[in-house]
Design a protein around this ligand. Structure first.
Ligand code: KG4
Ligand code: ZN
Length: 335
């Protein structure tokens, strides 16, 4: 089955053609980083406008690169939410119109389910059930994954998402947007032990997360240390160490709690080198296997949407033409 996946929930316009929910024939991602960088974060109205400019060329490129003819497409999957409404509407409306014109079924996909299914696009993938740690710019959650379309939420952030904390700390340090990649490369030159930032383990709800105290602590450090600019790599390394410590501990403790020996790490922050290494090291000591998508599949992409959509289409679960996008209400995944 050939599925065209379309993603436009935030600041990436992406499309991909995926065969049987597993084999990527093409994946095109057009990033808006340059547009939002001067503002230190995503400006929703600018994002929508850029999606409108990019959507048709990106889909066209994905079809061309895949080597298929559009008439060979069996179905279309597009991100329905959560995300920025104006941005979502561009990809979602495009998908509806495209499917209607081709006379093929289409389905709306929860963006978070897309991230979780990205782990099936690699050479090795977990078997069910497994624990998924979803760490992105908008979410930080732990799921007990029972099938491609059944998820039990075990814990989530009470405030900032891990990626959001990276982005906000980068902004405080004047490093631009998005923060994850720049903080992680600076951290490589710093000493993670030099400045000790707090870790929120939340003993009463141990599978929940909180990163706002850490963010405030970095802010406070910057305010009281006039010469902080002389040791930005140490600040970056200390901050990253705190995030990585908490994420690794919690995903392994979720695995222990649910008796799972497989964990998956997905979402933009899963591209973080230190996080990938740490979780693999910590897990191997406990006999737990770790599955993390390739770096390109951690950030938002169309292939993960096609991969998740495949399992709905296969079951004959399609969306109607009057189906709408949603910004926050997490319609299915938290069931
Ligand atoms: O999944 P994603 O592309 O979009 C959302 O669904 O939010 O995640 C984007 C987030 C941003 O906050 C970005 O700073 C973070 O992922 N990120 C990273 C790294 N690369 C991207 N965070 C830490 N280390 C990285 N290497
Ligand atoms: Zn995402």
């Amino acid at each position: 089955m050939l599925i065209l996946g379309i993603e436009s929930s935030c600041d990436e316009t992406a499309a991909a053609v995926v065969k049987d929910g597993k084999t990527i024939l093409s994946s095109v991602v057009s990033s808006q980083i340059e547009v939002h960088n001067p503002y230190g974060g995503v400006v929703p109205e600018l994002a929508s406008r850029k999606h409108i400019e990019a959507i048709a060329p990106v889909v066209k490129e994905a079809i061309t690169e895949s080597g298929i003819n559009i008439n060979q497409l069996d179905a279309i999957a597009a991100t329905r939410g959560p995300g920025l409404i104006g941005s979502l509407l561009v990809g979602f409306s495009f998908a509806k119109a495209y499917a209607f014109a081709l006379g093929i079924p289409w389905t709306g996909v929860n963006h978070l389910e897309g991230h979780i299914n990205s782990v099936f696009l690699g050479p090795e993938s977990p078997s069910f059930p497994f624990i998924a740690l979803l760490v992105s710019g908008g979410h930080t959650s732990l799921y007990y994954v029972k099938s491609h379309i059944e998820f039990q939420l075990l814990g989530q952030t009470r405030d900032d998402a891990a990626g959001e904390a990276f982005d906000k700390v980068a902004k405080m340090l004047g490093l631009g947007y998005p923060g994850g990649i720049v903080i992680s490369s600076l951290a490589e030159k710093g000493d993670p032990e030099k400045i000790k930032f707090p870790r929120a383990y939340l003993p009463s709800t141990p599978l929940d997360f909180s990163f706002s105290g850490l963010k405030t602590s970095v802010n406070r450090y910057i305010q009281i240390n006039e010469n902080y600019k002389d040791h930005v790599p140490d600040i970056a390394a200390g901050f990253q160490e705190s995030v990585v410590d908490v994420l690794s501990k919690k995903v392994l403790s979720a695995a222990n709690q649910k008796g799972c020996d497989q964990v998956a790490i997905v979402g933009g922050v899963a591209a973080n080198k230190k996080l990938r290494e740490r979780i693999k090291n910590d897990a191997s000591r406990k006999g737990i296997s770790v599955y993390i998508p390739s770096i390109e599949l951690c950030g938002d992409n169309g292939a993960m949407i096609a991969a998740a959509g495949y399992h709905y289409i296969k079951k004959g679960i399609f969306s109607e033409l009057d189906c709408d996008v949603y910004s926050r209400v997490n319609k299915k995944i938290q069931k």
